[in-house]
Design a protein. Sequence first.
Length: 239
Amino acid sequence: MARLPVRCLQAVLFDLDGTLLDTVADLSVALNRALAEQNLAGLSADEVRTLIGRGLPTLIERAVARLGAAGGRLDRALLLERFHVHYERIHQQQEIQTCVYPGVSAGLAGLRALGLSLAVVTNKPQKAAVDLLARLGLGRWVNVVVGGDSGIYRKPHPQPLLSACEQLQVRPAQALMVGDSLIDVLAARAAGLAVVCVPYGYNEGADPRALPCDGFVESVDELPALLAAAVRAAGAQLG
């Protein structure tokens, strides 16, 4: 993890789905309810897991492709619209199954205790991301949320990460990205951030452990100790 900016690190940016939160159950329910309205069979949660990444419009496109010939008669715009309706209804009716990954709460608290600012940069709509973070008790640790509808571009474009850095008033070289997918790695590289990945996420169905990142942490709660130890080691080398 030699590329980590430990001596000047001021902020950590996190992906949401597959990194902080396991959201596949709610995404699957909303998608399948929207599909049922067009008289189509749903997809399993395992299938949906491989479709997550690059935002909801891409999820819809991938779901249609997965359905094959049956997907040809779908109204895709209506499917996306109804997905949003069902996803919001899941939240309004307290049906959510989304959960926080083990170690995330302790990890975020530990990073804030080190004096670091935290942001979430996700392709999920900003309101949905903010609501989930608040509902699941993570919002108190997060300074900035950049959603997929916050600007012109979504990850893997660097703009969302650069926007988060600007709002946190840090330079990209002073920030670290933590994600679970090639999308996060490509966005971080393009924005000039070092990037660490977790091995348990979605990564569009590919093995996260094969990602060309700067290092891995088994869980987010490993990060505070890892960064603190790296700072001490860097200080010792300078001394």
